[in-house]
Design a protein around this ligand. Sequence first.
Ligand code: AGP
Length: 584
Amino acid sequence: MCGIIAYNGRDDAMPYLVDGIRNLEYRGYDSCGCAFQSTNGIQVRKDVGRVDDVIRKYQLDGEHSNTAMFHTRWATNGPVSVKNAHPISDCTGEIAVVHNGIVENWAELKESLSMHKFRSDTDTEVIAHIVEDRLNKGGTLREAAKYAYKNIKGASSFLVMKSGSDEIVAVKHGSPLVLGLSKNGHFISSDIPSFSAYTNKVIYLHDGDLVSITKSGYSIMNMAHVKAAHKISYIKTDYTENDRSGFKHFMIKEIMEQPRLIKQIVKSDISALEKSASVLNQSKTVYLVGAGTSFHVALIGAHNMRLNGINAIAIQPQDAKDYSKVFKKDDVFIIVSQSGETADIISMLPLIKENKKLGILNSAESTLARAVDIPIFINAGHEKGVAATKTFTLSSIYLVLLSMFASGNKEAALRDLRLLSLNIYNLFVPSVLSSVSKAASILKKKTDVFYLGKGLDYAIALEGALKMKEVSYLHAEAIDTATFRHGPLALISNGAFAVSIVSRETKQDAIRNLREVKARKGKIIGISYENSDVFDIFIKVPEAGNFSFIQQAIVTQLLSYKVSVLRGIDPDHPRNLAKSVTVK
Ligand code: AGP
Protein backbone atom coordinates (compact mmCIF):
# COMPACT_ATOMS: atom_id res chain seq x y z
CA MET A 1 0.00 0.00 0.00
CA CYS A 2 2.38 2.71 1.23
CA GLY A 3 1.93 6.43 1.81
CA ILE A 4 3.74 9.20 -0.03
CA ILE A 5 3.93 12.91 0.71
CA ALA A 6 6.12 15.62 -0.78
CA TYR A 7 6.37 19.39 -0.43
CA ASN A 8 8.18 21.91 -2.57
CA GLY A 9 7.94 25.63 -1.89
CA ARG A 10 9.22 28.69 -0.08
CA ASP A 11 8.57 27.26 3.40
CA ASP A 12 10.65 24.66 5.19
CA ALA A 13 9.20 21.33 4.02
CA MET A 14 10.22 19.27 7.02
CA PRO A 15 7.63 20.37 9.64
CA TYR A 16 4.84 19.82 7.10
CA LEU A 17 6.10 16.44 6.04
CA VAL A 18 6.95 15.11 9.51
CA ASP A 19 3.37 15.90 10.47
CA GLY A 20 1.99 14.67 7.14
CA ILE A 21 3.68 11.29 7.12
CA ARG A 22 2.27 10.55 10.59
CA ASN A 23 -1.18 10.96 9.07
CA LEU A 24 -0.33 8.50 6.32
CA GLU A 25 0.90 5.80 8.67
CA TYR A 26 -2.45 4.05 8.32
CA ARG A 27 -1.27 3.04 4.82
CA GLY A 28 1.56 0.93 6.20
CA TYR A 29 4.13 1.00 8.97
CA ASP A 30 6.84 -1.50 8.09
CA SER A 31 9.45 1.18 7.42
CA CYS A 32 9.72 4.89 6.79
CA GLY A 33 12.10 7.22 4.97
CA CYS A 34 12.67 10.58 3.34
CA ALA A 35 14.75 12.34 0.73
CA PHE A 36 15.50 16.06 0.87
CA GLN A 37 17.59 18.49 -1.08
CA SER A 38 20.52 19.99 0.80
CA THR A 39 23.55 22.03 -0.19
CA ASN A 40 25.32 18.67 -0.55
CA GLY A 41 22.72 17.22 -2.90
CA ILE A 42 20.02 14.68 -2.05
CA GLN A 43 20.05 13.29 1.46
CA VAL A 44 18.22 10.03 2.20
CA ARG A 45 17.27 8.84 5.69
CA LYS A 46 15.35 5.61 6.18
CA ASP A 47 14.86 2.71 8.53
CA VAL A 48 12.52 -0.06 9.54
CA GLY A 49 9.92 0.64 12.22
CA ARG A 50 7.12 3.05 12.88
CA VAL A 51 7.15 6.58 11.49
CA ASP A 52 7.82 8.18 14.87
CA ASP A 53 10.76 5.86 15.57
CA VAL A 54 12.43 6.81 12.29
CA ILE A 55 11.74 10.52 12.78
CA ARG A 56 13.23 10.33 16.27
CA LYS A 57 16.23 8.22 15.25
CA TYR A 58 17.31 10.62 12.49
CA GLN A 59 15.96 13.75 14.20
CA LEU A 60 14.14 14.55 10.99
CA ASP A 61 12.22 17.36 12.64
CA GLY A 62 15.58 19.10 13.07
CA GLU A 63 16.42 18.99 9.34
CA HIS A 64 15.62 21.89 7.00
CA SER A 65 14.87 21.84 3.30
CA ASN A 66 12.41 23.40 0.90
CA THR A 67 12.18 20.31 -1.30
CA ALA A 68 11.52 16.94 0.28
CA MET A 69 9.48 13.75 0.13
CA PHE A 70 8.56 11.07 2.66
CA HIS A 71 7.34 7.50 2.38
CA THR A 72 5.83 4.96 4.76
CA ARG A 73 5.93 1.36 3.53
CA TRP A 74 3.68 -1.66 3.62
CA ALA A 75 5.93 -4.37 2.23
CA THR A 76 4.82 -6.06 -1.00
CA ASN A 77 7.96 -6.93 -2.91
CA GLY A 78 10.94 -7.64 -0.69
CA PRO A 79 11.01 -8.16 3.07
CA VAL A 80 10.91 -5.46 5.70
CA SER A 81 14.49 -4.17 5.85
CA VAL A 82 16.43 -0.92 5.72
CA LYS A 83 17.57 -1.53 2.15
CA ASN A 84 13.96 -2.06 1.03
CA ALA A 85 12.68 1.05 2.81
CA HIS A 86 11.92 3.95 0.44
CA PRO A 87 13.28 6.27 -0.94
CA ILE A 88 15.07 3.92 -3.31
CA SER A 89 18.14 5.25 -5.11
CA ASP A 90 19.85 4.64 -8.43
CA CYS A 91 23.51 3.51 -8.79
CA THR A 92 24.86 6.98 -8.07
CA GLY A 93 22.64 8.02 -5.19
CA GLU A 94 21.74 11.13 -7.20
CA ILE A 95 18.18 9.99 -7.84
CA ALA A 96 15.58 9.10 -5.24
CA VAL A 97 12.20 7.44 -5.84
CA VAL A 98 9.20 6.82 -3.60
CA HIS A 99 6.53 4.54 -4.94
CA ASN A 100 3.05 3.22 -4.19
CA GLY A 101 1.94 0.24 -6.26
CA ILE A 102 3.50 -2.75 -7.90
CA VAL A 103 5.74 -2.85 -10.96
CA GLU A 104 4.48 -6.12 -12.37
CA ASN A 105 7.25 -6.53 -14.96
CA TRP A 106 10.08 -5.62 -12.59
CA ALA A 107 11.96 -8.93 -13.00
CA GLU A 108 12.09 -8.56 -16.77
CA LEU A 109 13.12 -4.89 -16.49
CA LYS A 110 15.81 -5.76 -13.98
CA GLU A 111 17.34 -8.16 -16.46
CA SER A 112 17.44 -5.46 -19.09
CA LEU A 113 19.19 -3.18 -16.58
CA SER A 114 21.97 -5.66 -15.87
CA MET A 115 24.66 -2.94 -16.06
CA HIS A 116 23.16 -1.35 -12.96
CA LYS A 117 23.96 -2.19 -9.37
CA PHE A 118 20.75 -3.20 -7.55
CA ARG A 119 20.87 -2.74 -3.80
CA SER A 120 17.32 -3.65 -2.74
CA ASP A 121 14.82 -6.44 -3.36
CA THR A 122 12.08 -4.00 -4.34
CA ASP A 123 10.29 -3.70 -7.66
CA THR A 124 10.61 0.09 -7.19
CA GLU A 125 14.34 0.05 -7.83
CA VAL A 126 13.86 -0.52 -11.57
CA ILE A 127 12.20 2.92 -11.72
CA ALA A 128 15.27 4.60 -10.21
CA HIS A 129 17.62 2.88 -12.69
CA ILE A 130 15.42 3.58 -15.71
CA VAL A 131 15.35 7.27 -14.74
CA GLU A 132 19.13 7.19 -14.28
CA ASP A 133 19.63 5.63 -17.71
CA ARG A 134 17.39 8.12 -19.39
CA LEU A 135 19.00 11.14 -17.71
CA ASN A 136 22.42 9.87 -18.79
CA LYS A 137 21.19 10.07 -22.36
CA GLY A 138 20.16 13.71 -21.82
CA GLY A 139 16.73 15.20 -21.26
CA THR A 140 14.75 16.41 -18.31
CA LEU A 141 13.62 14.69 -15.12
CA ARG A 142 10.07 14.86 -16.46
CA GLU A 143 11.05 13.07 -19.65
CA ALA A 144 12.91 10.42 -17.68
CA ALA A 145 9.90 9.86 -15.38
CA LYS A 146 7.62 9.61 -18.40
CA TYR A 147 9.96 7.08 -19.97
CA ALA A 148 9.90 5.01 -16.77
CA TYR A 149 6.08 5.14 -16.74
CA LYS A 150 5.92 3.93 -20.34
CA ASN A 151 8.11 0.95 -19.50
CA ILE A 152 6.53 -0.29 -16.31
CA LYS A 153 3.35 -2.37 -16.07
CA GLY A 154 0.85 -2.39 -13.24
CA ALA A 155 -0.77 0.22 -11.01
CA SER A 156 2.11 2.41 -9.92
CA SER A 157 2.30 6.00 -8.77
CA PHE A 158 5.72 7.37 -7.96
CA LEU A 159 7.68 10.52 -7.17
CA VAL A 160 11.23 11.20 -8.23
CA MET A 161 13.87 13.74 -7.21
CA LYS A 162 17.32 14.43 -8.59
CA SER A 163 20.29 15.81 -6.70
CA GLY A 164 20.67 19.55 -7.03
CA SER A 165 17.33 20.05 -8.82
CA ASP A 166 14.55 22.09 -7.28
CA GLU A 167 11.92 19.89 -8.96
CA ILE A 168 9.84 16.96 -7.76
CA VAL A 169 8.20 14.95 -10.54
CA ALA A 170 5.22 12.70 -9.93
CA VAL A 171 3.55 10.09 -12.09
CA LYS A 172 0.04 8.94 -11.22
CA HIS A 173 -1.13 5.58 -12.40
CA GLY A 174 -3.52 3.43 -10.40
CA SER A 175 -2.54 4.31 -6.84
CA PRO A 176 -4.02 7.59 -5.58
CA LEU A 177 -2.17 10.91 -5.70
CA VAL A 178 -3.56 14.34 -4.98
CA LEU A 179 -1.99 17.74 -5.38
CA GLY A 180 -2.41 20.28 -2.55
CA LEU A 181 -2.00 23.96 -3.44
CA SER A 182 -0.96 26.47 -0.81
CA LYS A 183 0.23 30.06 -0.87
CA ASN A 184 3.90 29.29 -0.33
CA GLY A 185 4.26 25.87 -1.95
CA HIS A 186 2.63 22.67 -3.11
CA PHE A 187 2.08 19.17 -1.79
CA ILE A 188 1.70 15.85 -3.55
CA SER A 189 0.35 13.07 -1.42
CA SER A 190 -1.43 9.73 -1.35
CA ASP A 191 -4.22 11.20 0.72
CA ILE A 192 -5.67 14.53 1.80
CA PRO A 193 -5.51 14.20 5.64
CA SER A 194 -1.71 14.38 5.36
CA PHE A 195 -1.77 18.07 4.41
CA SER A 196 -5.33 19.27 5.06
CA ALA A 197 -4.14 21.24 8.10
CA TYR A 198 -2.21 23.53 5.69
CA THR A 199 -4.51 23.92 2.71
CA ASN A 200 -8.00 22.97 1.58
CA LYS A 201 -7.29 23.59 -2.11
CA VAL A 202 -6.67 20.38 -4.05
CA ILE A 203 -6.46 18.88 -7.51
CA TYR A 204 -7.34 15.21 -7.86
CA LEU A 205 -4.81 13.75 -10.27
CA HIS A 206 -5.85 11.39 -13.05
CA ASP A 207 -4.14 8.24 -14.26
CA GLY A 208 -1.47 9.15 -16.77
CA ASP A 209 -0.77 12.58 -15.23
CA LEU A 210 2.82 13.78 -15.14
CA VAL A 211 3.17 16.45 -12.50
CA SER A 212 6.04 18.75 -11.72
CA ILE A 213 6.26 20.88 -8.60
CA THR A 214 8.97 23.42 -8.14
CA LYS A 215 9.42 26.16 -5.54
CA SER A 216 7.55 28.56 -7.77
CA GLY A 217 4.69 26.52 -9.14
CA TYR A 218 3.28 23.37 -10.62
CA SER A 219 2.37 21.90 -13.96
CA ILE A 220 0.25 18.91 -14.91
CA MET A 221 0.65 17.30 -18.33
CA ASN A 222 -0.71 14.09 -19.69
CA MET A 223 1.65 11.61 -21.30
CA ALA A 224 1.06 13.20 -24.71
CA HIS A 225 2.52 16.42 -23.22
CA VAL A 226 -0.81 18.17 -23.31
CA LYS A 227 -1.48 20.46 -20.39
CA ALA A 228 -4.21 18.95 -18.20
CA ALA A 229 -7.08 21.21 -17.20
CA HIS A 230 -8.16 19.58 -13.94
CA LYS A 231 -10.42 21.63 -11.77
CA ILE A 232 -9.49 22.82 -8.30
CA SER A 233 -11.62 21.36 -5.49
CA TYR A 234 -12.00 22.47 -1.90
CA ILE A 235 -11.86 19.96 0.97
CA LYS A 236 -14.93 20.01 3.17
CA THR A 237 -14.06 17.28 5.68
CA ASP A 238 -12.29 18.17 8.91
CA TYR A 239 -9.38 15.76 9.33
CA THR A 240 -7.71 17.59 12.16
CA GLU A 241 -9.15 15.48 14.98
CA ASN A 242 -6.14 13.41 15.84
CA ASP A 243 -6.27 12.89 19.56
CA ARG A 244 -7.51 9.84 21.41
CA SER A 245 -9.69 11.93 23.77
CA GLY A 246 -8.18 10.30 26.84
CA PHE A 247 -8.58 6.73 25.56
CA LYS A 248 -5.54 4.49 25.40
CA HIS A 249 -6.15 3.52 21.78
CA PHE A 250 -8.10 4.82 18.79
CA MET A 251 -9.87 1.47 18.55
CA ILE A 252 -11.62 1.85 21.93
CA LYS A 253 -12.22 5.56 21.34
CA GLU A 254 -13.95 4.68 18.07
CA ILE A 255 -15.98 1.86 19.66
CA MET A 256 -17.17 4.25 22.36
CA GLU A 257 -18.13 6.91 19.81
CA GLN A 258 -20.83 4.68 18.33
CA PRO A 259 -23.78 5.66 20.56
CA ARG A 260 -23.21 9.35 19.73
CA LEU A 261 -22.85 8.65 16.00
CA ILE A 262 -26.01 6.56 15.93
CA LYS A 263 -27.90 9.37 17.64
CA GLN A 264 -26.54 11.67 14.94
CA ILE A 265 -28.12 9.52 12.18
CA VAL A 266 -31.50 9.84 13.88
CA LYS A 267 -31.24 13.62 13.50
CA SER A 268 -29.61 13.65 10.07
CA ASP A 269 -30.84 14.54 6.60
CA ILE A 270 -31.94 11.28 4.97
CA SER A 271 -32.76 12.63 1.53
CA ALA A 272 -29.82 10.78 -0.16
CA LEU A 273 -31.29 7.56 1.22
CA GLU A 274 -34.73 8.34 -0.14
CA LYS A 275 -33.32 9.12 -3.58
CA SER A 276 -31.30 5.89 -3.54
CA ALA A 277 -34.28 3.83 -2.44
CA SER A 278 -36.12 4.73 -5.64
CA VAL A 279 -33.06 3.61 -7.67
CA LEU A 280 -33.16 0.20 -5.97
CA ASN A 281 -36.77 -0.22 -6.92
CA GLN A 282 -35.91 0.13 -10.59
CA SER A 283 -33.23 -2.56 -10.50
CA LYS A 284 -33.41 -6.22 -11.42
CA THR A 285 -30.59 -7.36 -9.16
CA VAL A 286 -28.73 -5.36 -6.54
CA TYR A 287 -25.07 -6.30 -6.14
CA LEU A 288 -23.45 -5.17 -2.91
CA VAL A 289 -19.67 -5.03 -3.13
CA GLY A 290 -17.14 -4.68 -0.33
CA ALA A 291 -13.85 -6.08 0.94
CA GLY A 292 -13.04 -7.40 4.43
CA THR A 293 -15.27 -5.73 6.99
CA SER A 294 -17.08 -3.90 4.20
CA PHE A 295 -17.94 -7.26 2.64
CA HIS A 296 -19.57 -8.21 5.94
CA VAL A 297 -21.56 -4.97 5.74
CA ALA A 298 -22.56 -6.00 2.20
CA LEU A 299 -23.70 -9.40 3.51
CA ILE A 300 -25.86 -7.69 6.13
CA GLY A 301 -27.33 -5.36 3.51
CA ALA A 302 -28.05 -8.18 1.07
CA HIS A 303 -29.63 -10.31 3.81
CA ASN A 304 -31.90 -7.48 4.85
CA MET A 305 -32.82 -6.66 1.25
CA ARG A 306 -33.79 -10.25 0.53
CA LEU A 307 -35.95 -10.24 3.67
CA ASN A 308 -37.62 -7.18 2.20
CA GLY A 309 -38.22 -8.84 -1.17
CA ILE A 310 -35.32 -7.21 -3.04
CA ASN A 311 -33.17 -9.49 -5.16
CA ALA A 312 -29.73 -8.78 -3.67
CA ILE A 313 -26.35 -10.52 -3.68
CA ALA A 314 -23.19 -9.59 -1.78
CA ILE A 315 -19.97 -10.14 -3.71
CA GLN A 316 -16.30 -9.53 -3.09
CA PRO A 317 -14.63 -7.26 -5.66
CA GLN A 318 -12.09 -9.93 -6.52
CA ASP A 319 -14.95 -12.12 -7.74
CA ALA A 320 -16.58 -9.46 -9.94
CA LYS A 321 -14.88 -10.77 -13.09
CA ASP A 322 -16.40 -14.22 -12.52
CA TYR A 323 -19.84 -12.66 -12.10
CA SER A 324 -19.52 -10.19 -14.96
CA LYS A 325 -21.17 -12.47 -17.53
CA VAL A 326 -24.41 -12.37 -15.54
CA PHE A 327 -24.34 -8.62 -14.85
CA LYS A 328 -27.23 -6.87 -16.67
CA LYS A 329 -27.54 -3.22 -17.70
CA ASP A 330 -30.29 -2.49 -15.18
CA ASP A 331 -28.50 -4.09 -12.22
CA VAL A 332 -27.59 -1.63 -9.49
CA PHE A 333 -24.29 -1.80 -7.60
CA ILE A 334 -23.87 -0.65 -4.03
CA ILE A 335 -20.23 -0.12 -3.19
CA VAL A 336 -19.29 -0.24 0.47
CA SER A 337 -15.93 1.20 1.44
CA GLN A 338 -14.93 3.28 4.43
CA SER A 339 -11.74 4.56 2.81
CA GLY A 340 -13.10 4.78 -0.72
CA GLU A 341 -9.63 3.79 -1.89
CA THR A 342 -9.66 -0.02 -1.87
CA ALA A 343 -7.78 -1.06 -5.01
CA ASP A 344 -9.75 -4.28 -5.55
CA ILE A 345 -12.94 -2.23 -5.86
CA ILE A 346 -11.45 0.56 -7.95
CA SER A 347 -10.09 -1.98 -10.41
CA MET A 348 -13.48 -3.66 -10.93
CA LEU A 349 -15.17 -0.36 -11.92
CA PRO A 350 -14.56 -0.83 -15.67
CA LEU A 351 -16.72 -3.98 -15.47
CA ILE A 352 -19.72 -1.96 -14.29
CA LYS A 353 -19.24 1.36 -16.07
CA GLU A 354 -22.75 1.28 -17.59
CA ASN A 355 -24.46 0.43 -14.30
CA LYS A 356 -25.93 2.75 -11.73
CA LYS A 357 -23.64 2.85 -8.71
CA LEU A 358 -24.47 3.87 -5.16
CA GLY A 359 -21.76 4.21 -2.54
CA ILE A 360 -21.87 3.66 1.21
CA LEU A 361 -18.76 5.65 2.03
CA ASN A 362 -17.05 7.55 4.79
CA SER A 363 -14.64 9.73 2.86
CA ALA A 364 -16.11 12.52 0.75
CA GLU A 365 -12.74 13.16 -0.89
CA SER A 366 -12.04 9.57 -1.94
CA THR A 367 -11.69 8.02 -5.40
CA LEU A 368 -14.88 5.99 -4.97
CA ALA A 369 -16.85 9.04 -3.83
CA ARG A 370 -16.05 10.55 -7.21
CA ALA A 371 -16.73 7.33 -9.11
CA VAL A 372 -20.25 6.50 -7.93
CA ASP A 373 -23.49 8.14 -9.13
CA ILE A 374 -25.01 8.58 -5.68
CA PRO A 375 -22.64 8.69 -2.71
CA ILE A 376 -24.23 8.11 0.69
CA PHE A 377 -21.88 9.33 3.40
CA ILE A 378 -22.06 7.65 6.78
CA ASN A 379 -20.40 10.63 8.52
CA ALA A 380 -18.50 8.48 11.02
CA GLY A 381 -15.60 10.93 11.26
CA HIS A 382 -12.06 9.89 10.49
CA GLU A 383 -11.47 6.27 11.58
CA LYS A 384 -7.84 5.89 12.65
CA GLY A 385 -7.77 2.39 14.15
CA VAL A 386 -6.74 -0.20 11.57
CA ALA A 387 -9.68 -2.36 12.64
CA ALA A 388 -12.92 -0.93 11.30
CA THR A 389 -15.45 -0.52 14.12
CA LYS A 390 -17.66 2.56 13.91
CA THR A 391 -17.62 2.49 10.11
CA PHE A 392 -18.87 -1.11 10.18
CA THR A 393 -21.87 -0.26 12.35
CA LEU A 394 -22.74 2.98 10.58
CA SER A 395 -22.46 1.49 7.08
CA SER A 396 -24.65 -1.44 8.15
CA ILE A 397 -27.25 0.92 9.58
CA TYR A 398 -27.37 2.97 6.37
CA LEU A 399 -27.80 -0.17 4.27
CA VAL A 400 -30.62 -1.51 6.41
CA LEU A 401 -32.33 1.90 6.28
CA LEU A 402 -31.94 1.93 2.51
CA SER A 403 -33.37 -1.54 2.15
CA MET A 404 -36.33 -0.78 4.40
CA PHE A 405 -37.01 2.55 2.68
CA ALA A 406 -36.96 0.81 -0.70
CA SER A 407 -39.46 -1.78 0.45
CA GLY A 408 -41.89 0.75 1.89
CA ASN A 409 -40.94 0.19 5.53
CA LYS A 410 -39.56 3.64 6.24
CA GLU A 411 -41.58 4.24 9.40
CA ALA A 412 -40.55 0.90 10.93
CA ALA A 413 -36.92 1.59 10.01
CA LEU A 414 -36.91 4.98 11.72
CA ARG A 415 -38.73 3.57 14.75
CA ASP A 416 -36.11 0.82 15.18
CA LEU A 417 -33.28 3.27 14.68
CA ARG A 418 -34.65 5.49 17.45
CA LEU A 419 -34.95 2.41 19.65
CA LEU A 420 -31.32 1.53 18.94
CA SER A 421 -30.16 5.05 19.76
CA LEU A 422 -31.81 4.71 23.20
CA ASN A 423 -31.12 1.05 24.02
CA ILE A 424 -27.48 1.12 23.04
CA TYR A 425 -26.66 2.86 26.32
CA ASN A 426 -27.66 -0.38 28.11
CA LEU A 427 -24.74 -2.05 26.41
CA PHE A 428 -22.06 0.01 28.11
CA VAL A 429 -23.14 -0.92 31.66
CA PRO A 430 -20.97 -2.70 34.29
CA SER A 431 -22.79 -6.04 34.07
CA VAL A 432 -22.20 -6.33 30.31
CA LEU A 433 -18.66 -4.97 30.42
CA SER A 434 -17.64 -7.36 33.21
CA SER A 435 -18.99 -10.36 31.24
CA VAL A 436 -16.96 -9.18 28.24
CA SER A 437 -13.86 -8.91 30.47
CA LYS A 438 -14.45 -12.39 31.86
CA ALA A 439 -14.72 -13.84 28.35
CA ALA A 440 -11.62 -11.92 27.25
CA SER A 441 -9.52 -13.24 30.13
CA ILE A 442 -10.36 -16.80 29.04
CA LEU A 443 -9.83 -16.23 25.31
CA LYS A 444 -6.52 -14.51 25.99
CA LYS A 445 -4.98 -17.91 26.77
CA LYS A 446 -6.52 -19.78 23.82
CA THR A 447 -5.09 -20.43 20.39
CA ASP A 448 -8.42 -20.97 18.61
CA VAL A 449 -11.96 -19.71 18.97
CA PHE A 450 -15.06 -20.37 16.84
CA TYR A 451 -17.69 -17.76 16.09
CA LEU A 452 -21.10 -19.31 15.45
CA GLY A 453 -24.20 -17.72 13.99
CA LYS A 454 -26.98 -18.30 11.55
CA GLY A 455 -28.40 -15.89 8.92
CA LEU A 456 -27.73 -12.32 9.98
CA ASP A 457 -25.99 -13.64 13.11
CA TYR A 458 -23.53 -15.41 10.82
CA ALA A 459 -22.51 -12.10 9.24
CA ILE A 460 -21.84 -10.78 12.76
CA ALA A 461 -19.88 -13.96 13.53
CA LEU A 462 -17.75 -13.36 10.41
CA GLU A 463 -17.08 -9.77 11.44
CA GLY A 464 -16.41 -10.74 15.09
CA ALA A 465 -13.90 -13.39 14.00
CA LEU A 466 -12.17 -10.98 11.61
CA LYS A 467 -11.84 -8.38 14.34
CA MET A 468 -10.43 -10.95 16.78
CA LYS A 469 -7.86 -12.18 14.23
CA GLU A 470 -6.78 -8.66 13.28
CA VAL A 471 -6.10 -7.24 16.70
CA SER A 472 -5.35 -10.26 18.91
CA TYR A 473 -3.71 -12.73 16.47
CA LEU A 474 -5.97 -15.43 17.90
CA HIS A 475 -7.14 -17.93 15.29
CA ALA A 476 -10.83 -17.08 15.13
CA GLU A 477 -13.07 -18.85 12.66
CA ALA A 478 -16.68 -18.09 11.87
CA ILE A 479 -18.89 -21.05 11.04
CA ASP A 480 -22.60 -21.17 10.30
CA THR A 481 -24.19 -22.75 13.38
CA ALA A 482 -26.32 -25.04 11.24
CA THR A 483 -23.39 -26.37 9.22
CA PHE A 484 -21.17 -26.96 12.26
CA ARG A 485 -22.32 -30.55 12.55
CA HIS A 486 -21.42 -31.21 8.91
CA GLY A 487 -17.72 -31.46 9.70
CA PRO A 488 -16.33 -28.64 11.87
CA LEU A 489 -17.76 -30.28 15.00
CA ALA A 490 -14.74 -32.61 14.82
CA LEU A 491 -12.67 -29.65 16.09
CA ILE A 492 -14.55 -29.55 19.38
CA SER A 493 -13.02 -31.25 22.37
CA ASN A 494 -12.62 -30.43 26.03
CA GLY A 495 -11.54 -26.81 26.42
CA ALA A 496 -12.62 -25.59 22.95
CA PHE A 497 -14.40 -22.22 23.01
CA ALA A 498 -17.12 -20.84 20.76
CA VAL A 499 -18.58 -17.34 20.72
CA SER A 500 -22.19 -17.75 19.73
CA ILE A 501 -24.34 -14.94 18.34
CA VAL A 502 -27.99 -15.73 19.05
CA SER A 503 -30.89 -13.47 18.18
CA ARG A 504 -34.61 -13.94 18.75
CA GLU A 505 -35.13 -15.03 15.12
CA THR A 506 -32.49 -17.77 15.24
CA LYS A 507 -32.69 -18.85 18.87
CA GLN A 508 -34.62 -22.10 18.60
CA ASP A 509 -32.40 -23.68 15.94
CA ALA A 510 -29.20 -22.16 17.29
CA ILE A 511 -29.65 -23.52 20.82
CA ARG A 512 -30.38 -26.98 19.45
CA ASN A 513 -27.13 -26.89 17.47
CA LEU A 514 -25.20 -25.46 20.39
CA ARG A 515 -26.24 -28.44 22.55
CA GLU A 516 -24.24 -30.60 20.15
CA VAL A 517 -21.19 -28.47 20.96
CA LYS A 518 -21.87 -28.75 24.71
CA ALA A 519 -22.25 -32.52 24.42
CA ARG A 520 -18.61 -32.63 23.17
CA LYS A 521 -17.45 -30.58 26.18
CA GLY A 522 -17.14 -27.37 24.19
CA LYS A 523 -17.66 -24.11 26.10
CA ILE A 524 -19.91 -21.34 24.85
CA ILE A 525 -19.82 -17.58 25.23
CA GLY A 526 -23.35 -16.48 24.31
CA ILE A 527 -23.98 -12.99 22.93
CA SER A 528 -27.74 -12.84 23.06
CA TYR A 529 -30.83 -10.97 24.22
CA GLU A 530 -31.59 -13.68 26.83
CA ASN A 531 -29.69 -16.30 28.76
CA SER A 532 -29.71 -20.02 28.04
CA ASP A 533 -28.47 -23.06 29.94
CA VAL A 534 -26.01 -23.78 27.08
CA PHE A 535 -24.05 -20.59 27.70
CA ASP A 536 -21.03 -20.82 29.99
CA ILE A 537 -20.66 -17.05 29.85
CA PHE A 538 -23.64 -14.91 28.93
CA ILE A 539 -23.28 -11.40 27.52
CA LYS A 540 -26.67 -9.72 27.43
CA VAL A 541 -27.40 -7.36 24.55
CA PRO A 542 -30.47 -5.15 24.41
CA GLU A 543 -32.74 -5.56 21.41
CA ALA A 544 -33.66 -2.89 18.88
CA GLY A 545 -35.83 -4.53 16.21
CA ASN A 546 -34.10 -4.58 12.85
CA PHE A 547 -30.97 -3.06 14.43
CA SER A 548 -30.44 -5.55 17.27
CA PHE A 549 -27.43 -6.96 15.40
CA ILE A 550 -25.56 -3.68 15.84
CA GLN A 551 -25.29 -4.28 19.57
CA GLN A 552 -24.10 -7.87 19.07
CA ALA A 553 -21.40 -6.51 16.75
CA ILE A 554 -20.28 -3.92 19.30
CA VAL A 555 -19.86 -6.66 21.92
CA THR A 556 -17.58 -8.57 19.53
CA GLN A 557 -15.57 -5.38 18.98
CA LEU A 558 -15.16 -4.88 22.73
CA LEU A 559 -14.18 -8.52 23.18
CA SER A 560 -11.48 -8.32 20.47
CA TYR A 561 -10.16 -5.07 21.90
CA LYS A 562 -9.89 -6.51 25.40
CA VAL A 563 -8.14 -9.69 24.24
CA SER A 564 -5.72 -7.56 22.21
CA VAL A 565 -4.81 -5.40 25.19
CA LEU A 566 -4.54 -8.43 27.52
CA ARG A 567 -2.13 -9.98 25.02
CA GLY A 568 -0.01 -6.81 25.02
CA ILE A 569 -0.76 -5.99 21.37
CA ASP A 570 -1.24 -2.47 20.03
CA PRO A 571 -4.72 -2.81 18.45
CA ASP A 572 -4.27 0.40 16.45
CA HIS A 573 -1.27 -1.01 14.60
CA PRO A 574 -1.57 -4.79 14.31
CA ARG A 575 1.33 -6.51 12.60
CA ASN A 576 1.35 -6.89 8.80
CA LEU A 577 -1.76 -4.73 8.26
CA ALA A 578 -2.60 -1.30 6.91
CA LYS A 579 -5.82 0.65 7.19
CA SER A 580 -6.63 0.68 3.52
CA VAL A 581 -5.53 -1.84 0.93
CA THR A 582 -4.55 0.31 -2.02
CA VAL A 583 -2.78 -2.37 -4.06
CA LYS A 584 -4.41 -5.26 -5.87
C1 AGP B 1 -11.31 -4.18 8.74
O1 AGP B 1 -11.08 -4.14 10.10
C2 AGP B 1 -10.14 -4.17 7.90
N1 AGP B 1 -9.27 -3.11 8.20
C3 AGP B 1 -10.36 -4.45 6.42
O2 AGP B 1 -10.95 -5.70 6.28
C4 AGP B 1 -11.18 -3.39 5.63
O3 AGP B 1 -12.50 -3.42 6.03
C5 AGP B 1 -11.05 -3.67 4.12
O4 AGP B 1 -9.73 -3.57 3.73
C6 AGP B 1 -11.92 -2.77 3.28
O5 AGP B 1 -11.63 -1.43 3.46
P1 AGP B 1 -12.56 -0.25 2.96
O6 AGP B 1 -13.82 -0.34 3.72
O7 AGP B 1 -11.77 0.97 3.24
O8 AGP B 1 -12.80 -0.48 1.49
